[in-house]
Design a protein around this ligand. Structure first.
Ligand code: ZN
Length: 237
């Protein structure tokens, strides 16, 4: 076995290992787990948003109720003043009109704040219902997530012997490769998932570029490292 054969064997072992790793990462359970994870973070964001908004609106309820009480108090004062004016002969019609207008204004203010209070309470009720629904949905999804996660863990445990064997095989192959070649291989690997390419029909099997005859001859001779001029992969006959 020449140096390039050893490197080729290592590449085969490494690809076999990567295939197992990719399979573990993309099982139906794993894909489902990823989806559930995304859904759960989405629900968590919603729940936090609901909590913040409900807290803020709840804080305004007391303020609105206090405002209503204050306006009602002012109304009572104005009303008793108006009643005493009616019995006061020195009181002018203009003063009476002014007092009546003040009473109307206060009533309108009470109405406006009351409406705001009712709207706020209705909003809180609706948001609380939405919050509960979201919370229940998230709870259900969390249970499902835990079950699927267990499945994924079981899958990993089941695949572990195969994975360990593939790792060991790749390590063994790697140890058999010339260090200089290995350095080159690792550097090409940063650009290409499969760093070595077979020469087929005078073309690079990696990028399909036609190779000069002289290059093909050097590869076939197997005397040293030949790279594809186009993609930089290590050529193998
Ligand atoms: Zn190429």
């Amino acid at each position: 076995m020449n140096k390039l054969d050893a490197l080729w064997e290592y590449q085969q072992a490494e690809l076999a290992l990567e295939k197992i790793e990719a399979r573990i990462k993309t099982t139906p359970s794993r894909q489902k787990l990823n989806k559930l994870h995304a859904f759960l973070s989405e629900q968590q964001t919603l729940i936090t948003g609901f909590q913040k908004q409900i807290d803020a609106r709840s804080a305004s309820v007391d303020k609105l109720a206090a405002q209503i009480a204050e306006f009602e108090h002012q109304y009572e004062l104005e009303l008793s003043e108006f009643n005493s004016m009616e019995n006061d002969e020195e009181c002018t019609a203009a003063e009476m009109t002014e007092s009546r207008r003040a009473l109307e204004r206060l009533l309108n203010q009470v109405d406006a704040v009351r409406r705001e209070l009712y709207d706020t309470l209705a909003w809180i009720e609706k948001a609380t219902a939405d919050y509960k629904e979201t919370y229940a949905k998230a709870g259900k999804a969390k249970k499902e997530y835990d079950a699927v996660r267990k499945q994924c863990e079981d899958e990993i445990v089941a695949a572990q012997p195969e994975l360990d064997a593939a790792k060991l095989a790749a390590q063994k192959r790697r140890a058999e490769v010339d260090p200089a070649l290995l350095k080159k291989y690792d550097s090409v690997k940063t650009h290409h998932a499969v760093p070595m390419a077979r020469v087929e029909n005078n073309q690079c099997g990696g990028c399909n570029m036609s190779l000069p005859i002289a290059t093909v001859k050097r590869v076939v001779a197997g005397t040293g490292l030949v790279e594809c001029e186009n993609c930089g992969r290590i050529l193998y006959a």
